[in-house]
Design a protein around this ligand. Sequence first.
Ligand SMILES: [Zn+2]
Length: 305
Amino acid sequence: MPELPEVETVARDLQRRVAGAVISDAEVRWERTVRHPQPADRFVAELRGATIRRVGRRAKSVLLHLADGRVMTVALRMTGALIVAPAGTPEDPYARVVFRLADGRELRYRDVRKFGRIGLWERGGLVRRTPQRGAKRKILERRAAYRVGDVFARHGPEPLARSFSAERFAARLLGRSARLKTLLIDQSFIAGVGNIYADEALWRARLHPLRAANTLTAVELRRLHRAVRAVLRQGIANRGASFADYVGADGEPGANAEQLAVYRRTGQPCLRCGREIVRIVVGQRGTHFCPRCQRVAGAPDGDLA
Ligand SMILES: [Zn+2]
């Protein structure tokens, strides 16, 4: 599943390739991919003629900022990809939404497993409000006042933002008794970190994934803050990690999977101490760590593993 570095790579690719492009038409081939507005015909009608001003990212979503201020959000989820196809590129049977650009190219939303969602929203709405779930959220989304900011109202801060200081990170962790692994992948705690980069950050910071967040010392807090940012930056530098379907907007996989220290390296030697990496399950998520480098404070070697 694409996490912050993978989505950031897609956004940067698209910024280079489609910023300034005009969407002359769109075709929705899988209705449920369109989250807002509905039905899909309305989504297409409202998009026709729009100019893409710039492409960015928030959490694990690609944001296409349109010239009139509206924002199209693309949540890639499990297998989503945004690919720029030059005119004459063969049809893609997994393209769920095709955006036709005025210059003849196509921006294709490809999604094998169809979990991804695309929405078109008015600007603004960044004020935090009570989170809504399920049916209640759907009703809210039909209201005109529901804006792009509301889509991300439940998301925590961006870990690579300059404002995300060690102090702010420490303040957010304070009083949280959740296990570190669980907390790091919680999108309302910080945005964009998933299974891969949580495991990598904890290994780098030499912290056990089952450690309770509120037991960290000031030194450990700073180490974890640095580690989270470092693994995300490395991921972006390597254009993301490809395990299954993730590709950049050029259709090419990223190179970060080979650079990972613990994720999916079960049974292989720790790059720091040589001990075998182990895998446990935390909150239904496979979790990889080194039982020697990442001990629970005071616990004997390998305890809790
Ligand atoms: Zn180790």
